[in-house]
Design a binder for this molecule. Sequence first.
Ligand code: SAH
Length: 231
Amino acid sequence: MDSWEAARHRLVEELRALGIRDERVLEALHEIPRHEFVPEAYREHAYENRPLPIDEGQTISQPYIVALMTEALRLTPQDRVLEIGTGSGYQTAILATLAAEVYTIERFPTLLEKARARLETLGFQNVRYKCGDGTVGWPEFAPYDGILATGSVPRVPPSLKEQLADGGRLVIPVGGRHYQTLQLLERHGDAFGERELCECSFLPLIGEEGWPPEHAERPCGPEPEDDESPP
Ligand code: SAH
């Protein structure tokens, strides 16, 4: 066992003690090398149960939250999953280990391309990538058996509910800009069962059915015209 694997093993035991029960989820966290998804400077902290900074002012989510959200999706190997907020690609790797296909959307091209490179190096061939606004989903490949948002929204985006298959599960942090409740929605025909999983604090999803941009950011779009610039 190398030292990374030993650290991963300790993390998995910690998550088990914190109440994660699904053995497939724990096994996926044991398999995926989180240290490959964090910047060099933070590698030694990769197997601590906490979020860490990545590029573009974003973070790689805390392992406990990754495990909790994944467990709530109750994925089967036949499932097709939509992920909003690729970030480092770590959660993507966990989903791609447990499901048949993963569709992942990220608004920063820099993050998306790095995540793609990592996941390809690790051998994942069941992931489709898109740069854009994931709050409106990815209708082309809908419906999805699972949808997971790794950023917060003020209210559940109607587009995501629409793109959920019958019996599908949606996990999403809903609430204020800084603190939210992690919600699990389950679709039964036109009805949606709802359950609150825990209190949480996620970075915002910026988009049409998420939060408006705080600053003049333009991660995927064209350069603004001169006359749109502030005076
Ligand atoms: N799952 C990631 C978490 C990244 S944080 C990880 O563990 O590494 C949330 C991510 O959502 C950020 O990368 C951010 O850029 C992205 N994001 C924000 N708004 C978005 C939107 N509307 N569509 C897609 N991605 C978005």
